[in-house]
Design a protein around this ligand. Structure first.
Ligand SMILES: [Ca+2]
Ligand SMILES: [Ca+2]
Ligand SMILES: [Ca+2]
Ligand SMILES: [Ca+2]
Length: 305
């Protein structure tokens, strides 16, 4: 009987102790992650029945591969959180973009950790993490590397069908004949360079009577969209998706047919001095994109999950 009393006392005491503790949780996590914005917003709450003292909150940009330096992390030091209270924290990752972390291109997940240093003793330490998976993406942005002035095609000794670039993310770039509107074609050159009219980001690639083909089958995820930016300062263009149409579309890029091979083709176009610039978006299962022009530049060829 005495033993029972002691046991119940211990039981009640432990309930009281456990029940009288803060419990920090990550309640909500929203992420906006695109070319312009890289933001996460988390709601941190104390769902326990005791006020919490000082603790940290980490927003981690999980990378693959992990950067040797400049791992993206936003840290908060919270002076305290009353029982039943919640706070909203905003983390802006965009200022953390750096060559060392490949400008945040390897971030595939945002993880929010509340009290990672164990500064607050909580009734539940196993509900302090929330993750947000980002849509996987693989891009070719034309460097550097390679350096400005890099040539492909005829002056580089290539022949149609040569693979001239294999990006670390698995995208392969080939060179092919450019096709005339009236039939027949030519195999001239492509050149990595700063564009004559600003568009894209940094270096771009000029195709001068040569087609580039991008093969996305090695990126390691199913591709549902491909996007690129272009600058068109004259002549006409070629466009092919997954080997269609045969031999290839030749005409003004902005007048390209849609769909091609079951993939929706959307081309935007705004005027710039001497021509136009815009975006090509291919929506669907894209394995291969072939594109080229005459006074034509492209940049940021991106495959998305
Ligand atoms: Ca907790
Ligand atoms: Ca804790
Ligand atoms: Ca670029
Ligand atoms: Ca054109």
């Amino acid at each position: 009987m005495k033993r029972m009393k002691v046991l119940s006392f211990i039981f009640i005491l432990s309930v009281a102790l456990v029940g009288c503790a803060p419990d920090l949780v990550v309640k909500n996590l929203d992420v906006t992650w695109n070319a312009v914005e890289k933001k996460a917003r988390a709601e941190i709450a104390n769902i326990g029945n005791k006020d919490a003292g000082t603790f940290m909150v980490y927003f981690n940009g999980d990378e693959d591969p992990v950067s040797p330096n400049h791992r993206p992390q936003v840290r908060y030091n919270i002076p305290g959180l009353a029982k039943g209270a919640a706070i909203t924290l905003d983390a802006d990752f965009a200022p953390l973009a750096h060559p060392d972390n490949d400008y945040l291109r390897n971030v595939y997940k945002i993880t929010v950790l509340v009290d990672p240093k164990g500064m607050v003793k909580e009734s539940n330490e196993n509900n302090n993490v929330k993750e947000f998976m980002l849509r996987r993406k693989a891009c070719i942005d034309f460097g550097p590397p390679p350096p400005a002035g890099t040539l492909y095609g005829s002056p580089a000794g290539n022949v149609p069908g040569d693979v001239v670039m294999v990006a670390p993310n698995g995208i392969e770039m080939f060179v092919y004949d450019f096709r005339w509107m009236g039939g027949g074609g030519t195999f001239n050159l492509a050149r990595v360079e700063m564009p004559p009219v600003p568009f894209g980001t940094g270096q771009t690639i000029n195709t001068n009577n040569l087609n580039l083909e991008f093969d996305f089958s090695g990126v390691g995820f199913p591709v549902s969209e491909v996007e690129l930016q272009y600058l068109d300062l004259g002549g006409f263009e070629n466009l092919g998706v997954n080997g269609q149409p045969v031999p290839i579309y030749a005409g003004e890029l902005s007048a390209a047919p849609s769909p091609i091979a079951g993939v929706n083709v959307s081309v935007t176009s705004i005027p710039v001095p001497g021509g136009k610039t815009g975006t090509v978006v291919l929506t669907g299962a894209v394995q291969k994109l072939r594109i080229g022009g005459q006074e034509f530049w492209i940049d940021n060829v991106c495959a998305k999950e």
